[in-house]
Design a protein around this ligand. Structure first.
Ligand code: HEM
Length: 66
């Protein structure tokens, strides 16, 4: 399994409508993909859950801008 680069992820929907995230496409949204990060990403996932709604939206907007 190859970890997909986040670069260009904001274009995923327009390039491939209905695309899922993670290696098997099971995450329908970026938020699902973040929450389903595990292993070494556990701390990042945990921190995401403690962000305010505003901070989460800022992070999602950043990902969409890549
Ligand atoms: C706030 C921090 C993070 C965000 C926003 C984030 C976001 C994402 C997203 C959106 C994906 C799906 C990419 C795609 O399908 O094209 C992904 C996958 C992945 N991330 Fe993260 N991630 C974070 C932190 C981390 C960290 C710290 C690690 C490891 C040290 C990590 C390891 C991975 C791996 C291995 C995958 C692929 C998993 C799979 O396909 O099942 N992530 N991440």
């Amino acid at each position: 399994m190859r970890t997909p680069p986040l670069w260009g992820i904001g274009l995923a929907e327009s390039v491939n409508p209905g695309v899922g995230f993670l290696h098997d496409g099971r995450a329908r949204t970026l938020q699902e993909a973040i929450l389903w990060n595990g292993g070494e990403a556990e701390i990042a996932r945990e921190r995401y859950t403690h962000l305010s709604a505003e901070e989460r939206n800022a992070l999602l907007a950043f990902l969409q801008s890549l």
